[in-house]
Design a protein around this ligand. Sequence first.
Ligand code: NAD
Length: 366
Amino acid sequence: MTDVTGAPADVLHTLFHGDQGGHEQVVLCQDRASGLKAVIAIHSTALGPALGGTRFYPYATEAEAVADALNLARGMSYKNAMAGLAHGGGKAVIIGDPERDKTEELLLAYGRMVASLGGRYVTACDVGTYVADMDVVARECRWTTGRSPENGGAGDSSVLTAFGVYQGMRASAQHLWGDPSLRGRTVGIAGVGKVGHHLVEHLLEEGARVVITDVRREAVGRISDRHPAVQVVADTDALIRVEGLDIYAPCALGGALNDDSVPVLTATVVCGAANNQLAHPGVEKDLADRGILYAPDYVVNAGGVIQVADELHGFDFDRCKAKAAKIFDTTLAIFARAKEDGIPPAAAADRIAEQRMHEAAAARGR
Ligand SMILES: NC(=O)c1ccc[n+]([C@@H]2O[C@H](COP(=O)([O-])OP(=O)(O)OC[C@H]3O[C@@H](n4cnc5c(N)ncnc54)[C@H](O)[C@@H]3O)[C@@H](O)[C@H]2O)c1
């Protein structure tokens, strides 16, 4: 999956003619009364209605917003396909500063735009939007998920996201060391926010040694107070160099795996929750060349989307947890395919996802 960038004409050319385009539908939305400006991108509905969150972000240009919506929507097609969901991929972006521009009127207007698509796109939270916002959007649009429990939703998705990442780690251990147990392994977590702190609990419960870092002192304090045995290091740069690190879990921002970090990584496995960990195409090969096993981010962090998809049918935690547990088998299948095809796991995951989408489209006569 490579990036769509550039001016509107370039974006349109890529969309209609380039290998990275092929989106089914892109909708530009405007509501002058509330100031809403949004882009809804539907990449694929081959597996079912497109599902993906709404990003609220102060894009520098409208072209940047369109390009981001296109990239994120494509990413959701792959993520949903690999999670075994009956959903295609879509994503929306609202142009603006969420702190300043987010109002009830704007979210309601956005809900009407999503509703106008008649269920081809189902929306949820992403960067800059929260369960309380989805509660508002849902007043105008039944194709909204990621709502609060008080409003019939499943609430915070980080519990199952962390559980899925933990399953990805166990699968990595199985593949590499012939045993899924993480007992006695050293795991470094960069970012102990909503997902990262749940991950710490899973790892400690299994007897792993945990090293953490976070830019927020209170996030580190919350863990240290409860678990004094957890080692804290100053920053991510120190974490990735920790002697004897077995697994590195990026759980903060994207781009953690790049030309600076990969050469100095001491871990033999990378498996974390952050989206878009590979800073640019080719990094997956650099990891493989160093003998580092990379569990693809969008596969292991799918617990959240599994939860929001489940909410559409009346949320059931145990059913969802059982689905998220399958991330173990999916991750193992990706490693096996990578070995078979002689390609890095990230490329193998893309291949399997594409195959699922093509087969579903063919079955529907498309
Ligand atoms: N929450 C979910 O269900 C979910 C689902 C899929 C993917 N993700 C991805 O997982 C990642 C974590 O999500 P979250 O919900 O826990 O977010 P969060 O904001 O609660 O946690 C992120 C943590 O990373 C820390 N951080 C930021 N920059 C850092 C840096 N340079 N070094 C160290 N720590 C840093 C923050 O202080 C924060 O504590 C994000 O990339 C998110 O997109 C989350």
